[in-house]
Design a protein around this ligand. Structure first.
Ligand code: MRU
Length: 330
């Protein structure tokens, strides 16, 4: 599969390069990042996005903090404050903590986290492909550009298409940031997977017509009972899928599971600027100053989840027990 990755590490110049995802698919602009402060800004402003990619960027952010001579505790705080929902970011910072003051070890850890993204996503893709058939609907963007590997839900979808298991993908445009319209379309086009873009409010219509065989989405943070946060709109899709008797699968690396959380009630939900709702790519679509809300994620309760796709297999209820075993807690 032809893959566009979200970052490059230039070892000679000791620079992290990020493709500016805000400009895709129409412009491919690479931005150099030289410090943890710049990496945190890039995450906050969505130059780089997607739970695994945010984690890898934060890990490299700590490498850059060593190179730029930044205060390492401050650097960690800045990165931790960039976006609150995806737990991968916090796991990456936790893994970098013992290496503070050791540039070589910090760089080796960042590379290892990136390599693990690739390895786990190959397994997620194979496991996820097994539950897919016919037509699948997906939300937001979970492909290589969101992870640096092969993707989670998109990895499984591409693999299922390669195996001849699925023939068509419905892509939700994913208002307000349009990750589906801008990025998933672009990635599936590169991968040669037949797909159709729909606006988010069309999903129920195609489910009712019997044109959706299953829904597969990504995850930003999963609690131990299987509740999970993902892009705003995921919860509505899960309710619609349950109503129509359509299987619903989140796909994730186990690094997106938060062992500290029993349920999804305590997952912090990022609230982004209202302007991202009242404008589309800078063009106003509502009266100036009109009140708007922009929760960037929602939480889907585990009762709507058919199975959880991970690198260690597909888990079925009760999720708590399966997740504890998978992350080595029992
Ligand atoms: O706000 P974003 O674009 O970072 O949100 C991304 C998602 O919600 C993805 O579904 C999730 O991070 C999983 S990416 C494999």
């Amino acid at each position: 599969m032809e893959r566009a990755l979200p970052y490059r590490w230039d070892d000679n110049k000791k620079t992290l390069w990020l493709i500016d995802q805000r400009k895709l698919p129409h412009e491919e602009e690479w931005i150099p990042v030289h410090s943890a402060a710049e990496a945190a800004e890039a995450i906050k402003k969505m130059v780089v996005r997607g739970a695994p990619a945010i984690g890898v960027t934060a890990a490299f952010g700590m490498v850059l903090a060593h190179l730029a001579g930044e205060d390492l505790d401050e650097a960690e705080k800045k990165l931790a404050a960039s976006r609150p929902t995806a737990v991968n970011l916090f796991h990456a910072l936790e893994r970098q903590r013992p290496h503070k003051g050791d540039l070589e070890a910090s760089l080796a850890e960042a590379m290892a986290i990136w390599r693990e993204v690739e390895e786990t996503e190959l397994a997620i893709s194979r496991n996820g492909a097994r539950v897919l058939k016919g037509q699948v609907l997906t939300h937001c963007n979970t492909g290589p550009i969101a992870t640096g590997g092969y993707g989670t839900a998109i990895g499984a979808i591409v693999e299922a298409h390669r195996q001849g298991r699925i023939e068509h993908v419905w892509i939700d445009e994913t208002r307000p940031y349009l990750q589906g319209a801008r990025l998933t379309t672009w990635e599936l086009q590169k991968a040669g997977v037949p797909a159709t873009l729909i606006s988010d409010n069309m999903a129920g219509h195609f489910m009712k017509l019997g044109e959706v065989d299953q829904v597969m989405v990504g995850v930003d943070r999963m609690a131990m009972n299987g509740d999970f946060a993902n892009k705003i709109g995921t919860y509505s899709l899960a309710v619609l899928a349950a109503h129509h008797g359509i299987p619903f699968y989140p796909a994730l690396p186990l690094s997106s599971v938060d062992p500290e959380l029993e349920s999804g009630d305590d997952i912090p939900i990022e609230e982004r600027s209202a302007e991202e709702v009242t404008t589309i790519r800078g063009v106003p679509i509502a009266p100036a100053g009109f009140p708007a809300r922009h929760p960037a994620f929602d939480v889907t309760p585990h009762r709507f989840v058919t199975g959880i796709v991970t690198e260690k297999g597909v888990f079925y209820p009760p999720f708590d027990e399966a997740l504890r075993r998978a992350i080595g807690e029992v």
